[in-house]
Design a protein around this ligand. Structure first.
Ligand SMILES: Nc1ncnc2c1ncn2[C@@H]1O[C@H](COP(=O)(O)OP(=O)(O)OP(=O)(O)O)[C@@H](O)[C@H]1O
Length: 523
């Protein structure tokens, strides 16, 4: 069979059109390079007017970029992190997105005029500043404001779309671990968004650097005060073409550097961190359950909740200290129930957890990618077991990895773990919190049969020792028979049946151990 190594084929007629596009952009730059007075370029660039323009552009663009980051990043994070279920907030975020597009398409000279109408001596706000002797227009501050006005929308659009594309699963995970919102921002959102932030900042700097129309209209063109590189080039273009070309070269080089920086910083290399190669001695070890805590008083959990937009209305009680399997056909409402109990989904009605602490384990474990395995567990313990001193916490992290046979993975990062290893580390994190209510959403479904069998036996031992009230969503009769004491069957968003697993699987007659789970909901 022919192997495709050249990418997806494109129609031949696109090639000449693409070549014309590239030539159209590149030939003018080549023309500039050919016309440059290379012999005197250093003198031209160090001439007083060039030095003034260069220095002014660099510091004003730096301040404008900082302003974009300081004011634009919180705005972008707020807009990107709105839950679509909050209709009003989502509508506000949409309106902000639309509004911020306006300065992008506004001719820069119009941007300068609107700034003048606002901050000029007789402007809407400028007239009050004037009372205190403060004048903004036609100063270096005006340069920064003009640059910020045109660059902020670019910063916002780039950063916000990157945030929306990456999703908020890590922030939600941190919230379920009880981390306060400031901690989530500094420890999770910011480190994970750093490449996108750097890329957006580089874009904002580049846009500010090229700003011309708004600056000329709002700030004027006074050497050393408001005359930035683009204004200087414009003024020099006829009288001293050589100097104008030399300054243009500087702008082109800066634009290339910023473009590359934006591309490089926005790229997620996805390289696994930490030790990756497994040696034989690094295979999963025999779990050592010494020091595994007991959850203490496990609650009886009563729910009477409704999520109308999903047509889910569940009324049930889950026995204290027992493992209840939650089963049912696709779309029955199983995940909705668990999301409501874990506090990640708004619902109507009542849920009585009797003040229990809650631990969640999902089908695809969410481990923070910028923390090692040990740090992942430590982060959870900092917020769920605040009573522990740092030394006790470090010991617990070590023990937790031993419970799941993964102490050799302590310093490894999640990107260097297999799916089964990730699930074990997530289980260690959950067990170390000793939660009184454990919510498991198909925790073994992504594993192959033999890995699932050993993980199931480990899960059983850990759950037995914890003694927590446990809800386990599963589609696998083996999980029900080996792990669960009790079974709740959901169908069409409601409780269809409740009882012991053997009772419900015997419904159709025959050996319940050979039965399909669908027998429990009459199919
Ligand atoms: N994000 C969502 N927005 C709106 N409706 C949703 C959303 N997620 C699920 N639903 C709907 O809610 C209902 C219950 O879905 P839920 O995911 O709880 O079912 P489930 O029993 O967990 O299904 P599965 O076994 O396929 O995971 C379904 O009708 C589904 O279409």
């Amino acid at each position: 069979m022919k192997r495709h190594t050249e990418g997806t084929p494109v129609p031949w007629w696109m090639i000449p059109l693409a070549v014309i596009g590239v030539a159209f952009l590149v030939i003018p730059i080549v023309a500039l390079l050919l016309r440059l007075p290379w012999g005197s370029i250093w003198e031209l660039l160090t001439a007083p007017s060039s030095r003034d323009a260069l220095w002014l552009s660099i510091w004003t663009c730096t301040v404008a970029t900082l302003a974009c980051v300081v004011f634009g990043a919180p705005l972008a994070i707020w807009c990107a992190r709105q839950n679509p279920q909050h209709k009003t907030r989502t509508a506000i975020a949409k309106a902000i997105r639309g509004l911020l597009r306006l300065p992008m398409v506004l001719p820069p000279v119009v941007a300068g005029l609107v700034l003048l109408q606002t901050w000029g001596r007789y402007g809407l706000l400028g007239q009050y500043l004037d009372l205190f002797g403060v004048r903004v227009a036609f100063t270096s501050v005006a340069v920064v404001m003009a640059q910020t006005f045109v660059a902020l929308p670019f910063f916002f659009a780039s950063f916000e779309s990157a945030l929306r594309a990456s999703g908020d699963k890590y922030e939600r995970q941190a919230r379920t671990l009880g981390a306060p919102s400031s901690t989530i921002f500094w420890k999770i959102t910011l480190p994970l968004a750093r490449p996108a932030l750097a890329s957006a900042a580089a874009l904002a700097f580049a846009r500010a650097l090229g700003e011309f129309g708004a600056t000329l209209t709002f700030a004027g063109s006074l050497q050393g005060v408001t005359r930035t590189i683009p204004l200087d080039i414009y003024l020099l273009r006829e009288d001293d073409t050589g100097q104008a070309l030399a300054l243009s070269l500087v702008l082109i080089i800066l634009a290339l550097l910023l473009g590359s920086a934006a591309m490089l910083s926005g790229r997620n290399t996805g390289k696994p961190r930490g030790r990756f190669q497994k040696t034989k001695s690094e295979q999963i070890q025999e779990p050592d359950l010494t020091h595994l805590p007991s959850a203490g008083a496990a609650p009886e959990v009563s729910v009477d909740l409704q999520v109308p937009e999903r047509q889910v209305a569940i009324k049930s009680t889950f026995p204290a200290g027992k493992i209840t399997a939650i089963v049912g056909p696709n779309g029955a409402g199983k995940s909705t129930l668990l999301s409501a109990l874990s506090g990640t989904l708004p619902f109507q009605g009542q849920v009585d957890l009797q003040g229990a602490t809650v631990g969640v384990l999902e089908q695809s474990p969410i481990l923070f990618p910028h923390f090692s395995c040990a740090k992942n567990i430590d982060f959870a313990l900092r917020h769920t077991r605040k009573e522990l001193a740092p030394k006790q916490r470090a010991e617990l992290v070590k023990s937790a990895l031993l419970w799941v046979g993964c102490d050799h993975l302590a310093e490894r990062y999640p990107s260097a773990l297999s799916g089964g290893e990730k699930q074990r580390v997530a289980l260690a994190r959950l067990a170390s919190q000793a939660p009184q209510l454990v919510l498991l959403d198909e925790p073994l479904s992504a594993m192959d049969e033999s890995a699932a069998a050993s993980a199931r036996s480990l899960l059983r031992k850990i759950l037995e020792q914890l003694g927590a009230t446990t809800l386990l969503i599963t589609h696998n009769p083996q999980d029900v028979l080996e792990l669960a004491d009790w079974m709740t069957v959901l169908k069409s968003g409601q409780v269809y049946a409740q009882g012991t697993a053997l009772e419900l699987l015997s419904k159709a007659g025959g050996d319940p151990r050979q039965a399909r789970l669908s027998v429990a909901w009459g199919q």
